[in-house]
Each structure stands twice: as structure tokens, then as C-alpha cells.
Design a protein around this ligand. Structure first.
Ligand SMILES: Nc1ncnc2c1ncn2[C@@H]1O[C@H](COP(=O)(O)OP(=O)(O)OP(=O)(O)O)[C@@H](O)[C@H]1O
Ligand SMILES: [Mg+2]
Length: 216
């Protein structure tokens, strides 16, 4: 049965789709079967999947669906049945689509950039997840190297008792470049710092899912 990871964040441009693509690619690279579901009408995750299919042609471990709203549950049922991990990308909103994804998820990842605006804008997402009683982690994205404000925001997150994943992505061109070709950094730049971060993200996710890194 696939473990369902929803990626949610009301704030636009926080890195939801980047995270979805990089996590999918890193889990596939380990040998897990992954199914992606795109609930966002911007269809960025779907474009990535289409590029991936065009590039790799035959990748039996990877499935992808872009379900219409009424097709979400049957798509999710199929996805769970045929994969080890289901990754659901959602729109920058707190609406029915996001609520459904949050309700069905085993884990929710909330990408967050360390600015005051981003934290404030993400609180409705955190509230929704809290109301549903779901397990979630903030995922700090585009970490600024030395900004003092970043430390202040981290402290604010901690003071609100919001759990943070102990892996972050730096602000690195390699993430965007790999996504543009339907890949992840573990495929396009395997010896880069970005790839180290993506592999650590996969390892942290496996731990939360109670899966073994070697068991794929
Ligand atoms: N860690 C990173 N380093 C460099 N660029 C990044 C990083 N994360 C995201 N980006 C870039 O930031 C932009 C927004 O990222 P992305 O599309 O993943 O956000 P999103 O939350 O899915 O946006 P939306 O809310 O519109 O769906 C993209 O151009 C992406 O390439
Ligand atoms: Mg997106």
C-alpha cells in the first residue's frame, strides 16, 4: 500500500512542485515505486511528468495522474495500490482540493521560505492540517546562507510548536534546471550539494514513513 505524501502550502511559489519533483526522483532513484498526482490546475507537476515520460519512455516504477476533482478518490486508490509512495502536489490555496489531499495523506510536507510574509501566509495551511489532526512537517526551502531574519523566523516557527523537517534545500539553480528536463538533481547532478539535499530529503521521508532505505 502506498504511503501518501501531500505537499501543501497556501503561499504561491514556496516550492511545492519543486519538492514534489525532487522527492519523486530521489525515491525512484533508490528503487521505490512512485505515483504522482497533480491537483493544481497550473499543471506544473504534470508537465514535469510528461517530460519525464518523453525522456525515459519506459519507467515502470513511475506512474502519474492528473485527476479531475470528482476522480480524486479513484485515482488515489489506484495510486496507493500500484506504488510505494504517492506524492500529491496541490494548488496554492486552502480549498476543497487541498482539504481532500490533506485528509487522505499519511504525511503532509509544507515548503516554506524563511521570510515573515511566507510564514504568515502559510498559517492557514498549518491550521487546516491541525484541524484534520494530521502528521506534517515544515520543509525549509531556498535557505538563505546568512540572513539574520532566517534565524528569527526559525525561532517563530519553533515557538508556535510547528514541526520542521531536519533537511532543507538551499537556493540552488540545479533544482530548477533538473525539473525543467523532467528529472531531479539526483539524476542530473548526482555529485552536487543539491543532490545530497535531495537524498537526505528522501531518507528523512522514509524514516517518517517507517520504511527502510535499503528495502526498495
Ligand atoms: N530550492 C530552490 N532553489 C532554487 N530555485 C527554487 C528552489 N525551490 C523553488 N525554486 C524556484 O522557485 C519557483 C517556484 O517554485 P515552485 O513552482 O516549486 O513553487 P510552488 O509552490 O509549486 O508554486 P505554486 O504555488 O505556483 O504552485 C520556480 O521557479 C522554482 O524553480
Ligand atoms: Mg506548484
Amino acid at each position: 500500500m502506498g504511503f501518501v505524501i501531500a505537499i501543501a502550502q497556501r503561499k504561491g511559489g514556496a516550492g511545492k512542485t519543486t519538492l514534489a519533483c525532487q522527492l519523486a526522483s530521489a525515491l525512484l532513484d533508490i528503487g521505490y515505486r512512485v505515483c504522482g498526482l497533480d491537483l493544481d490546475e497550473q499543471m506544473s507537476f504534470s508537465c514535469w511528468a510528461a517530460q519525464r515520460r518523453a525522456r525515459l519512455e519506459d519507467e515502470p516504477a513511475f506512474h502519474f495522474e492528473t485527476p479531475a476533482s470528482y476522480g480524486f478518490w479513484s485515482a488515489l486508490r489506484n495510486a496507493r495500490a500500484r506504488s510505494d509512495f504517492v506524492i500529491v502536489d496541490t494548488p496554492p490555496a486552502v480549498d476543497q482540493r487541498v482539504k481532500r489531499a490533506v485528509r487522505e495523506a499519511d504525511l503532509i510536507l509544507i515548503p516554506l521560505q524563511l521570510t515573515p510574509f511566507d510564514l504568515d501566509a502559510s498559517l492557514p495551511t498549518a491550521r487546516l492540517i491541525g484541524e484534520e489532526g494530521k502528521s506534517a512537517r515544515f520543509f525549509i526551502n531556498r535557505t538563505p546562507p546568512r540572513a539574520r531574519v532566517a534565524g528569527l523566523i526559525r525561532a517563530q516557527i519553533k515557538s508556535r510548536n510547528l514541526p520542521i523537517l531536519d533537511v532543507e534545500f538551499g537556493n540552488r539553480a540545479a533544482f530548477a534546471e533538473s525539473v525543467a528536463s523532467g528529472a531531479g538533481v539526483v539524476e542530473t547532478a548526482p555529485s552536487s550539494l543539491a543532490a545530497d539535499e535531495a537524498r537526505r530529503l528522501a531518507a528523512a521521508t522514509l524514516k517518517l514513513a517507517g520504511r527502510n532505505i535499503l528495502a526498495a
